[in-house]
Design a protein around this ligand. Structure first.
Ligand SMILES: N[C@@H](CCC(=O)N[C@@H](CS)C(=O)NCC(=O)O)C(=O)O
Length: 216
C-alpha cells in the first residue's frame, strides 16, 4: 500500500498512527500542497492529502481511507462495534477533523506553511485570533471530557484518540501546544497518545524536519 502525504498534516498523521496501531505495512510517499505527482493526483481528485493506493484501489480522505481499512482489517478494532462507543468515536473524529484541525490550520498555515513552504506571507492576524479566541475554549472542552481511563472512548485506544491528538502537534510546532498548567489532562493524555510506538517515530521525523524549516 502507498500512502501519499506529508508528516506535518494532521490528517496524514492520524492515518499514520492508525496504520501503525493496525500493524499494516505501507510506503509513505512524501508529497506537498499542490504536488503534481501523477500517482497522488490520480488517487486524490481534489489534490488533498492523504491519499492511498492499495494495490490499484485509489482513495483519498483520511476518514474514507480509515473506514475502508477498518472494514478490510477489522482487528484490532479501532472503531468499536458497540453503538454508543462507535457514535462517540465518530463524534471525536468529526471534532478533530473540523473545528480542531481548522483552528490548528489557521495557526500552522499562516505562521509556518505560507511563509516557509509556499514563500508568501501568512495572515498573522487570523492566526492570532484563532490562538486567543478559538483554541482556549476547544482545549477547555477537551480538558473536561478526557475520562479517567486515559482514553477518549472506553478503556482502550480508539481512532478518537489518534484523531484528536494529531492536530495538537500542529499547535505545538507553533508554540501553542497544551499548557500543562492550564490543561493538565490534555497535556498528559496527548503526550501518551503521541508517544505511542505507532506515532512516536513519525513525530520525531516531523520534529527534525520542522527544526530545519523553522531555522531556514
Ligand atoms: N477531510 C480531508 C482533509 C484533507 C486536507 O484538507 N488536507 C490538507 C493538508 S492538511 C491539504 O491537502 N490541503 C491542500 C489543499 O487544500 O489544496 C481528510 O481527512 O483527509
Amino acid at each position: 500500500m502507498i500512502v501519499y502525504g506529508s508528516v506535518v498534516s494532521p490528517f496524514v498523521r492520524k492515518l499514520l498512527g492508525y496504520l501503525g496501531e493496525k500493524g499494516l505495512t505501507f510506503e509513505l510517499k512524501g508529497v506537498g500542497i499542490g504536488d503534481p505527482d501523477p500517482g497522488f493526483r490520480a488517487a486524490s481528485p481534489l489534490g488533498k492529502m492523504p491519499a492511498m493506493d492499495d494495490d490499484g484501489f485509489l482513495l483519498a480522505d483520511s476518514s474514507a481511507i480509515i473506514q475502508y481499512l477498518e472494514a478490510k482489517h477489522p482487528e484490532p478494532a479501532l472503531i468499536p462495534a458497540d453503538p454508543q462507543e462507535r457514535g462517540r468515536v465518530i463524534w471525536w473524529e468529526e471534532f478533530a477533523d473540523t473545528v480542531f484541525a481548522a483552528c490548528s490550520g489557521k495557526i500552522f498555515f499562516n505562521r509556518v506553511v505560507a511563509p516557509k513552504f509556499l514563500g508568501r506571507e501568512g495572515d498573522l492576524a487570523a492566526a492570532a485570533i484563532a490562538e486567543t479566541d478559538e483554541l482556549p475554549r476547544l482545549l477547555d472542552y477537551l480538558e473536561g471530557a478526557i475520562p479517567a481511563s486515559g482514553f477518549l472512548v472506553g478503556d482502550r485506544l480508539t481512532l478518537a484518540d489518534l484523531a484528536v491528538a494529531s492536530p495538537l502537534m500542529n499547535f505545538r510546532h507553533c508554540g501553542a501546544g497544551a499548557d500543562p498548567t492550564k490543561h493538565p489532562k490534555v497535556a498528559r493524555w496527548s503526550a501518551a497518545i503521541l508517544g505511542r510506538p505507532s506515532m512516536a517515530p513519525w513525530i520525531e521525523k516531523e520534529e527534525r524536519m520542522m527544526a530545519k524549516v523553522l531555522a531556514g
